[in-house]
Design a protein around this ligand. Sequence first.
Ligand code: MRU
Length: 347
Amino acid sequence: MTDHIAFSPDRHALLLLDQRFLPDREESFVCRNTADTIYALQTMVVRGAPAIGVTAAYGCYLAAREACEAGGGWKEKLEGLLTELESARPTAVNLRWGVERMRQKWRELGDISLEALLSEWLGLAETMQAEDIEINKAMGKNGAALIDDGDTVMTHCNAGALATAGYGTALGVIRAAFEQGKRIKVIANETRPFLQGARLTAYELAKEGIPVTVACDNAVGHLMKKGMVQKVVVGADRIAANGDAANKIGTYTVALAAKAHGVPFYVAAPASTFDLTLASGELIPIENRTPREVTHVGEHRITPEGVPVYNFAFDVTPAELIAGIITEKGVLTAPYTDAIRAAIGGK
Ligand code: MRU
């Protein structure tokens, strides 16, 4: 699946498969300007760290088109729009990375016209999208070596094609193992409250005939205790310099259960997900989302009126619980600070 992030042939709009409605219906959401792109990111029309990064790159192009209206003051207008765009969601560092890569290109090009910048930026956004798929395939190949024939692999959230430009990070590892002929099964944790596992991971894998079973998040300990899980592979939204990894809320609990039951717990993420400016995961900003995602299932309220809820969207798994970090550059193992510096230091 690679057409869930597409640019319209007239180059006026970004077309995103609206992930809020999956698996019920496949509907496109159209972004024509920065406000549309920010809305799509914040409401999770598009989500998943690498997909957010690629969307941000196209979002920069749309912002540049919008800046045309400012005439002579286009540079200031564009800078303002880029700052708004990169702040749309706080945890996935790929958002800032995507915008920063476009800014870097602009700096390299120096004093060029807006028209020339538009053409350069569209080309770069397309390159970033294509590169992401190649990176995922490399990561998949590296990670597949860790999966044995007959394994049941647990994953949390959706780190698949939908969360990237295509193929996926954690699901890329699973796809690659399956493509190698390994007879594997997948347990997709449902991933309350947005249900990325139940809705999106199950949708992707079932579509491709990869055996998948959905389990409630609170079944994790029971499934591991019964010996029903041989490996865990998850994605990440940001990895600090010491290997601590932020991912969807609940991932830390899965890692703790995996440790208790001797199940290897792997994180799969590209170089663009590492943030070497942060010494540890304590410093990773954790998004707090609207209470409504917890208080309601669809339109139906499930908690009493007035009772507060927690809706932290991510948690941080400490590096010591991670058996390996699967990247496009190889599988990194402890001590992570050195391994990460050596493999990712120059990105
Ligand atoms: O809130 P989301 O759906 O954007 O969170 C996504 C995740 O936590 C994914 O597991 C992570 O981004 C890895 S995606 C390849």
